[in-house]
Ligand binder design. Structure first.
Ligand code: HMH
Length: 217
């Protein structure tokens, strides 16, 4: 199901995973002020992402008939804990102040969207599919910065490895299998098309998030 969507929406998927900001990291031409803007804003995003992932975990416990879903999602939460510490250390390395930082519009829009998905009315299938899409965009994007032919700066490799490493790739595959299983078993009540629309919205919001990183403020 997910692979079919990715083919159907290939232009948007590519826009999200091969964005000019990512391509500039990959070819070594990245503007460091854009990188710093991304770093600070993504720290705020990740803080808002935690309650969303917690809500997916809660839905998995209540709605999933597969016990291993909980473990995959819990693993994701654990890595977010690690990620928040990493953001703090990385921000201090780049002199990016985090405490005074305010979310920019694209970030605010994305966080509001996450908040809307926390609602108990949003089915587990829709929420876990969104979760997969959010993680997969980062995995695909940053893995591209490490693949053959990349000229990623040495001081940005660790960032790319956070999301581009094989373990994170495996984790995204697990989320994709969970989402696919839920979508295949979903009742014929519109949940599948709601999930598809949510994926498209995630892809748009990711493009806007990258755009924001490139924009001077
Ligand atoms: C904007 N999307 C954004 N930030 C992230 N850290 C992820 C996805 C993946 O965790």
């Amino acid at each position: 199901m997910i692979e079919t969507w990715m083919k159907k929406h290939a232009p948007l998927y590519t826009a999200a995973t091969r964005h000019p900001f990512i391509l500039s990291i990959r070819d070594g031409s990245v503007d460091l002020s854009a990188f710093k803007r991304w770093l600070g804003q993504d720290y705020l995003f990740v803080r808002a992402f935690v309650p969303f992932v917690a809500s997916v975990l809660l839905k998995a416990c209540k709605e999933s008939d597969e016990g291993s879903d909980m473990e995959v999602i819990l693993g994701g939460m654990a890595s977010l804990n690690d990620e928040i510490s990493w953001f703090k250390a990385e921000a201090s390395k780049w002199n990016v102040p985090l405490t005074t930082l305010l979310p920019q519009k694209a970030n605010h829009d994305y966080c509001s969207f996450l908040e809307s998905l926390i609602s108990p009315e949003v089915e587990y299938t829709v929420a876990v599919t969104a979760f997969w899409a959010i993680e997969a965009v980062y995995q695909e994007s940053f893995a591209h910065c490490l693949q053959e032919g990349s000229k990623t700066r040495e001081d940005l490799r660790e960032t790319c490895e956070r999301w581009g490493n094989d373990g994170f790739g495996q984790y995204c595959k697990s989320l994709q299998s969970i989402a696919n299983r839920c979508l295949l078993k979903a009742p014929d009540n519109g949940v599948v098309s709601r999930a598809e629309r949510v994926v498209l919205r995630v892809l748009e919001l990711e493009v806007e998030f990258w755009n924001m990183s490139l924009e001077e403020i």
